[in-house]
Design a protein around this ligand. Structure first.
Ligand code: HEM
Length: 121
């Protein structure tokens, strides 16, 4: 695996490792307050990122474009903003970060929709 495909899967692997450590920490503490942040880190940060990576691996032409690199940046920053943003929202310390992260994650998915449609065989 190479290029954008590699970076999506590699970054997702790091996200899920942090997510698992967070899950273990929640279990040890017996406090599941941040379960929604954990769920989004694992599902948007790992499952979704990995699916993007496998798609770009299967469609190397799509992965070689500037749009694919932009997609990686938008998706990654989206997760990095959204997950702490959810935590801030839970402890009622503001919602700006989760709004920014959510919109970037949505933008990432819209880029993917365009990419899939553009690369129809
Ligand atoms: C070491 C691995 C993991 C541990 C120890 C762990 C631990 C936890 C804990 C303690 C909760 C809260 C349960 C509750 O309050 O009902 C939770 C919720 C959840 N976890 Fe994990 N988890 C792990 C991995 C994963 C992975 C890999 C995913 C997804 C790919 C995932 C997705 C979720 C989801 C969707 C929820 C529900 C969140 C919610 O109810 O708001 N977890 N997990």
């Amino acid at each position: 695996m190479r290029g954008v495909a590699f970076w999506f899967v590699a970054t997702g692997s790091v996200f899920v490792t942090i997510g698992m450590l967070g899950g273990i920490a929640m279990s040890i503490a017996g406090d599941h307050m941040f379960a929604p942040a954990h769920a989004h880190l694992n599902l948007v940060g790992w499952v979704t990122m990995a699916l993007f990576g496998f798609y770009y691996h299967l469609e190397p032409a799509a992965g070689a474009t500037t749009l694919a690199r932009v997609h990686y940046g938008v998706a990654t920053i989206g997760v990095i903003a959204m997950v702490p943003g959810i935590m801030f929202a839970i402890v009622e310390q503001g919602e700006l970060l989760v709004v920014v992260g959510s919109l970037l994650s949505l933008a990432s998915m819209l880029i993917f929709v365009v990419t899939v449609l553009r690369n129809r065989a």
